[in-house]
Write a new protein. Structure first.
Lengths: 110, 626, 495
């Protein structure tokens, strides 16, 4: 398959994520949208990596190919950690205020 | 000459000592002691001056250098004294008249309590010190030190009764007007220094060829500005009448006999310079003439005994400047001398009247005083005759030599000067008749109190009257077979440009005409004022004269008020709103800006993310298209 | 005398002794003893300063007058202190001023006195440092060190609007200092790299730096604005009346007597030698500003009702004249500035003392509310009149000689400038005499009836000021000789 389809899909996912973050106020949905953006990037990384593997550069120097895929793993690990911390914060927030609206808590003070 | 050289410094030093003793010991000295110290030091200075005077005959002059005031690579200003004919003559006038006035003051000021009495003598001694510095200075800077010093003493003495706001205002006015003149003087000194690198009289006069015509005109004009301040000429004359707020002996010493003649001394001293500046001489002549006339007209209508004398002083000073402007320096110096005698006499006489009348100065409340104050009346009469120029009293000779000089210079000037001389006679005799003749117009209590002054006051009056009568004989013109001793005495120092070329017949005619005219004026004044009754001034012209041509009001509206307005404008608008506004504005702008930018930090995550995305997009677009 | 024989030099003593003495103040438990301690310390500093006069900058005493430490943290930032004629003059002024201030304010109660006096001595140390620094980095360091204690003094012990006034003063001068710092770094990077030792902050390296005319032009302004704010000259002066008015009088004396001299001093020490061409290029502008400032400040002084503000504006006028004198670049002008820096310091401190004495007794500084003090306190009046007359440069007072030379230099530069500036002499007479009249003459009123004659130590200290005024007015030559060498060295740059 041509690379542009992957790019298109990734851009679409990323845009959905961005729009979600910008428009929604529910913290959990915002959170999911962030995950969506991360995964769009992951998808792109994997797709480019695969594309490179077939190019002359990739054939002569295989380590270039694996770099991007290692990054994907990093991102997945970071995302998992983020989910763990982030969800915990959201849960604590819900317990304290019974809201998960991000605009409700706009003061760092008090 | 060497013996003179060693002691001249004592002449100003003695009054300084007197000042220090009286000033520092004013709490412990008795009145008698401070009077003795104050007068004694001046007496010693006078004796020394006499000694110096007889030693400088025959054109001897010498320079005493003590130490350097300023010594840098560009120039050196020494603390030098120069003793020659001119300065020794002034030394005599200052210490001689000064001594008499000190003696007179011991009686005149007896009502003051001990502290103020000592303070008075301290100031008076300080004044004599400054004045001596002025005439002894060997360069323009030392002259200037004395010049400002006498201004300061005049300020202190005019404001001697400092509780009275009017008096302190007069003192302030005198100092400030003098300062305006001093600025001119200083600029002239700077000009000399920048062109010649020296201010020593001898060096300056020896190097005049290095100066261009513009330089000389500029310097002489600026020096003259200084002289107009100190010697009360147009436009800076209005302080002198106000200066009458001081004690009367002060008016006699400072504002008649000595300080105000400093300008004449300075110009006579710089005669070599002025001879090269015909334009300046013209200006001096016209200013002097205009001042003489203006002040004489004002004096016609004044009712304060001291104010009349003050305007008469301004007018006489105008005559002296007229003489200076015609290159007739010796006549000016001669008139300084005779004027010192008769004007001191008149002022002290008026002081005697004021003393007798218990501080009454309005002549409308006097009259018929001659019966109770014989000596004062006679001496005052002699003074009036002298100032009017009746032969053979001193004023006749000195004024005549000025008038002759004016006649040869310009007939119109002569005519105006002669007219002014007639006015002089008129207002002086008006004063005399109103005060001493007719019947008494004051209260009965004043009349009963009225008495002749004590001998400490009358003896100086008598001495001055004798001097006023005979001082003219020191310079009898060749016309009368005289030897013109003063002219010969001063000739080594003064390059007289004016030389009489008139035939004796013309001179006789001029003199005789003038004397007849003046006698007629005196007669007229006698008829008009022998039985004077005070009345309200009705004519507009008379009112203008009474109000001194509204000169004070004019200065007030064209100088003082605008200056105050500008000051208020600068203070409230330019300073607070303008400059400080800009400075504070920078602070306020930062404050305002930060308050606005702070709004971006709304705490809304959505906003942050939106801005972030927009930022990324902008970067993206820049990356793609630029 | 060999350098190795010297274990401490005069500049070091002058800087470190007040610093240590000031730090000791903070350790005092008892607030009352600290007064005697600071008085003692300041008198010792004065003695050191007198001693340094004896050891002139003759070659054989050179080792006593120069100190140099190497700082490890920064390459080539040597810490160089030294005394030349001008430095000796100004350190003497600083050393003289502090005992006078301490005696004059001996009866003034200050809260937390140990902190107050400690900070005063720290300020003295900073000032000494500025006047002895021979290295741009140490100069900058002391320049700021002198400012900071004064900021605390004013903001802690000042009047009602002290926070606002001192904040403005601090930020204003600090902004100027930062401009100067930029300039210092730029010049540093352009100093000649001698035998591969790298650049140098030393004064001689700065003075030898070769800069393009265009570089000189903008660097000149970076430095000059910093100095102009400090002096201050028109139109950078607006912090000054507020700061003077709001500071405690002892601090105002330091500010006006010594700190404003820092700006003038810095022009002479750093600006003229480093940027001679730019100095020549901009002299007309700066002298013009100075002359405008003189007239402007004198006119505004006519309208002031507060004694402190009046003296502040009069000071701006005098500083304007001194600044103009610097930029005339004539021998007489520079010599006049040197002398006048000292004289103005003494005179204005004298004026502040009188104001302080009046304010302490009546609690009032307004001309319109005072009057008739001359009856109640004749000695105070006489002393004030002498000081005020020195302020308007009457002959035989010290300021006359200085102003005479300054005007002379200005006249040599341009007649018309001198004539315009001369008008301020007349205006000075007007506002000074007005002040004397309003405060001392006339009838006493309900406020001034409580005034008593001043105490003995106050009489003595004012008499010292008055004697100094006359001594330097009649025989100023020793002062002139002191700075002759500095002036000649400066003149070499312009011939």
């Amino acid at each position: 398959m041509e690379i542009r389809w992957y790019i298109g899909l990734a851009v679409a996912l990323f845009s959905i994520g961005v729009m979600g973050v910008l428009t929604r106020r529910n913290a959990i949905i915002v959170f999911m949208c962030i995950e969506l953006m991360l995964n769009a990037v992951n998808l792109l990384l994997v797709a480019f990596s695969k594309m490179h593997a077939l190019s002359p550069v990739g054939l002569t120097n295989p380590s270039v190919v694996s770099n991007a895929q290692i990054f994907v793993f990093f991102i997945m690990v970071v995302a998992a950690a983020e989910v763990a911390v982030g969800l915990a914060i959201i849960v604590m927030m819900y317990r304290n205020t019974h809201v998960v609206d991000i605009n409700f808590l706009n003061r760092l003070k008090n | 000459m060497d013996n003179v050289l060693q002691m001249v410094w004592l002449i100003p030093f003695l009054p300084l000592i007197g000042f220090l003793i009286n000033g520092l010991g004013r709490n412990s000295l008795s009145k008698r002691m401070s009077g003795i110290i104050g007068s004694g030091v001046i007496l010693f200075s006078f004796l020394l001056s006499l000694y110096v005077f007889f030693n400088v005959k025959g054109g001897n002059s010498h320079l005493a250098h003590y130490f350097n005031l300023i010594d840098i690579n560009s120039f050196t200003i020494g603390f030098d004294f120069q003793i020659d004919a001119l300065s020794s003559l002034f030394l005599l006038i200052i210490t001689g008249v000064g001594f008499l006035i000190h003696v007179y003051s011991t009686a005149y000021m007896h009502e003051e309590d001990g502290k103020d009495y000592a303070k008075y003598f301290a100031y008076l001694n300080l004044f004599v010190f400054s004045m001596l510095l002025l005439v002894m200075g060997g360069n323009y800077v030392i002259l200037f030190i004395g010049w400002e010093g006498v201004g300061l003493c005049s300020y202190l003495l005019i404001g001697y009764w400092f509780k009275n706001v009017n008096y302190t205002n007069a003192a302030k006015k005198a100092f400030v007007m003098n300062r305006i003149g001093d600025l001119g003087f200083l600029l002239a000194v700077f000009w000399l220094l920048s062109k010649l690198g020296t201010t020593n009289f001898a060096d300056v006069f020896a190097n005049l060829s290095k100066l261009s015509a513009t330089d000389i005109t500029g310097i002489t004009l600026l020096l003259f500005v200084g002289a107009t301040g100190k010697s009360a000429q147009i436009p800076l004359f209005t302080w002198l009448p106000d200066a009458m707020a001081g004690p009367t002996p002060v008016s006699a010493l400072i504002h008649a006999a000595t300080m105000v003649t400093a300008g004449i001394y300075m110009i006579a001293r710089s005669n070599v310079l002025y001879n090269l500046a015909p334009l300046t001489q013209q200006i001096i002549m016209w200013v002097g003439l205009a001042t003489a006339l203006l002040a004489a007209t004002i004096a016609l209508k004044q009712n304060d005994i001291k104010k009349v004398l003050a305007y008469s002083t301004v007018s006489q000073l105008g005559f002296m400047f007229l003489a200076l402007g015609t290159g007739n320096y010796i006549a000016a110096v001669f008139h300084v001398m005779t004027h010192a005698f008769f004007k001191a006499l008149l002022f002290l006489g008026s002081g005697s009247v004021i003393h007798g009348m218990h501080h009454e100065q309005d002549i409308n409340n006097m009259g018929g005083l001659k019966s109770k104050m014989k000596i004062t009346y006679i001496t005052f009469f002699i003074g009036c005759l002298a100032i009017a120029g009746i032969p053979p009293l001193s004023g006749f000779f000195s004024k005549d030599s000025i008038l002759i000089g004016a006649f040869e210079h310009n007939k119109v000037v002569y005519a105006i000067a002669l007219f002014t001389a007639c006015l002089t006679a008129f207002y002086m005799f008006r004063l005399l008749f109103i005060t001493f003749n007719g019947k008494f117009r004051g209260t009965e209590k004043q009349w009963n109190h009225l008495h002749e002054s004590p001998s400490a006051m009358t003896i100086p009056l008598i001495i001055l009257a004798v001097l006023s009568a005979i001082a003219g004989f020191v310079n009898i013109p060749a016309l009368f077979g005289g030897s013109e001793s003063l002219t010969h005495f001063l000739s080594p120092v003064i390059q007289q440009t004016h030389q009489t070329t008139l035939s004796h017949t013309t001179e006789y005619m001029l003199m005789g005409g003038a004397v007849v005219l003046i006698l007629a004026v005196i007669l007229w004044a006698y008829i008009k004022f022998k039985n004077y009754e005070p009345k309200e001034e009705t004519s507009a012209f008379g009112k203008t004269l009474e109000n001194k041509w509204y000169v004070d009001e004019l200065y007030n509206s064209i100088l003082v008020k605008p200056l105050q307005a500008i000051a208020a404008f600068f203070n409230t608008i330019v300073e607070k709103k303008g400059i400080d506004g800009v400075v504070n504005g920078v602070g306020k702008a930062v404050n305002y800006g930060s308050r606005q930018i702070r709004l971006l930090q709304s705490g809304q995550i959505g906003n942050y993310v939106l801005l972030m995305v927009l930022g990324i997009l902008v970067l993206f677009i820049i990356q793609l298209f630029f | 005398m060999n350098p190795q024989d010297v274990w401490i030099t005069f500049p070091e003593l002058l800087v470190w002794f007040p610093l240590l003495a000031g730090l000791v103040c903070f350790l005092f438990k008892d607030n009352s003893k600290v007064k005697s301690w600071v008085l003692l310390a300041s008198i010792i500093t004065l003695c050191i300063s007198f001693a340094s006069l004896y050891f002139s900058d003759d070659v054989k005493y050179l080792a006593l007058n120069k100190a140099s430490y190497t700082l490890k943290y920064m390459n080539n930032a040597n810490f160089i202190l030294g005394l030349d004629g001008m430095g000796r003059l100004l350190t003497l002024l600083t050393a003289c001023a502090f005992p006078i201030i301490f005696v004059a304010t001996y009866n003034t109660p200050y809260k937390r006195a140990k902190n107050f006096y400690g900070l005063m001595l720290l300020a003295q140390s900073g000032l000494m440092g500025v006047f002895t620094a021979m290295d741009a980095m140490s100069f900058y360091f002391f320049w700021e060190l002198a400012l900071i204690p004064v900021y605390f003094l004013s903001s802690q012990w000042g009047g009602e609007r002290r926070i606002q006034a001192t904040f403005k003063f601090f930020v204003y001068t600090f902004a100027g200092s930062l401009l100067m710092l930029i300039g210092i770094i730029y010049v540093y990077l352009h100093t000649i790299n001698i035998n591969g030792n790298g650049h140098s902050f030393a004064l001689y390296a700065f003075a030898g730096v070769r800069l393009e005319p265009s570089e000189q032009n903008w660097l000149f302004w970076l430095f000059f604005i910093a100095f102009a704010i400090k002096m201050p000259i028109f139109p950078f002066h607006t912090w000054q009346p507020d700061a003077y008015e709001q500071s405690p009088t002892a601090t105002t004396m330091v500010l006006s007597g010594i700190m404003v001299k820092m700006g003038l001093f810095a022009c002479l020490r750093w600006l003229l030698p480093i940027f001679p061409q730019a100095t020549i290029k901009f002299d007309t502008i700066i002298i013009g500003l100075s002359v405008i400032g003189m007239l402007y400040a004198s006119i505004i002084a006519l309208k002031q009702d507060d004694l402190k503000r009046l003296v502040a504006y009069s000071s701006i006028a005098h500083i304007g004249l001194m600044c103009a004198g610097i930029f005339t670049k004539t021998e007489v002008g520079l010599q006049g500035v040197m002398l006048q820096m000292f004289c103005h310091g003494i005179n204005i401190i004298g004026l502040w003392i009188v104001i302080e004495l009046i304010e302490r007794q009546t609690g009032v500084r307004k001309l319109s509310q005072l009057g008739g003090v001359a009856h109640k306190a004749p000695v105070l009046t006489i002393l004030l009149v002498v000081i005020a007359l020195a302020n308007i440069a009457l002959p035989l007072t010290n300021a006359f000689v200085g102003e005479f030379m300054l005007f002379n230099g200005l006249f040599a530069f341009n007649k018309w400038y001198a004539a315009a500036a001369g008008i301020s002499i007349v205006l000075a007479a007007v506002y000074t005499l007005n002040m004397i009249q309003k405060v001392f003459y006339g009838e006493e009123n309900s406020i001034t009836t409580i005034i008593k004659e001043i105490a003995l130590h106050e009489k003595i200290i004012l008499s010292v000021v008055v004697v100094l005024i006359f001594l330097m007015g009649v025989y100023p030559q020793p002062m002139i000789n002191l700075t002759k060498g500095t002036v000649e060295a400066l003149m070499l740059k312009f011939n």
